[in-house]
Design a protein around this ligand. Structure first.
Ligand code: IPE
Ligand code: IPE
Ligand code: MG
Length: 245
């Protein structure tokens, strides 16, 4: 029997493999992105029921603008439609939604929908869904450095006050605990510029399952793998086992 204590509080997911999933079915890549949205809905619900408090998903990277124009614009259309529909659903289910990334690159109408979804759900406490859109881990770190420099220039902090805690709070997700588990579907074993700062001590789980096929069972497999790990944070196994005894 696993207890709620063994469930990762914060899970990050690189939802990769939509395009290949569709291509295997001789369908356009956009078909895969639609299926990917359905998978997210199911995984979010299942994660919430399992006791996960926070889910951070990579929806669109700062590098994804380099894709063919048509794929990018189809993705934007999908986001626009999903924002209205999903925000209502999330709200009814007690989920707070937040977006991380440089949102200024999106159309004003989309930025407005994003703000509305965030505001509507801001008070929800059951679970948080962070959606990374036009997000890059290096952008995040540079942004934190800018925020820090600004505060220093204004005399709000001294050099000595700039430590890892302070700096981390200037990055996105600054008010959240770091992810415990980082899942990447689709078979690639790379971070692709996702949460670089925040995943310093996160457990990584890579699976060949393509994102649209990643359901509750596959999620449970990832949780089981996580639960079999020993998080040592630089200590020895003996120390860790003595502390948790
Ligand atoms: C991830 O799936 C979704 C986005 C990047 C928007 P991909 O579209 O990268 O799917 P593959 O990796 O080409 O199969
Ligand atoms: C990472 O997937 C970004 C998202 C899942 C949104 P990519 O498919 O863009 O990553 P690379 O290009 O294979 O590294
Ligand atoms: Mg991909």
């Amino acid at each position: 029997m696993t207890s709620i204590a063994d469930i990762p509080a914060h899970v990050a997911i690189v939802m990769d493999g939509n395009g290949r999933w569709a291509q295997k079915k001789n369908r356009p890549r956009t078909f895969g992105h639609k299926a990917g949205l359905k998978a997210l809905r199911k995984v979010l619900e299942h994660a919430g029921n399992s006791g996960v408090r926070e889910l951070t998903v990579f929806a669109f990277s700062s590098e994804n603008w380099n894709r063919p124009k048509q794929e990018v614009s189809r993705l934007m259309e999908l986001f626009m439609r999903a924002l209205d529909r999903e925000a209502k659903d999330l709200h009814e289910n007690g989920v707070r939604i937040r977006f991380i990334g440089d949102l200024t690159a999106f159309a004003p109408e989309m930025q407005e929908k994003i703000r509305r979804a965030e505001n509507t759900t801001a008070g929800n406490q059951r679970m948080t869904l962070n959606v990374a859109a036009n997000y890059g881990g290096r952008w995040d770190i540079v942004n934190a450095a800018r925020n820090t420099a600004r505060a220093y220039a204004r005399g709000e902090i001294t050099l000595d006050q700039i430590d890892e805690d302070y700096f981390g709070r200037q990055a996105t997700l600054g008010s959240s605990p770091d992810p415990d588990l980082f899942i990447r579907t689709g078979g690639e074993m790379r971070i692709s510029n996702f949460l670089l700062w925040q995943s310093a001590y996160t457990e990584f789980y890579f699976t060949p399952v393509l994102w649209p096929d990643f359901g509750p069972e596959a999620f449970d497999d990832a949780i089981a793998a996580y639960q079999s790990r020993e998080r040592r944070y630089g200590m020895t196994g003996e120390q860790v086992r003595r502390e948790s005894a």
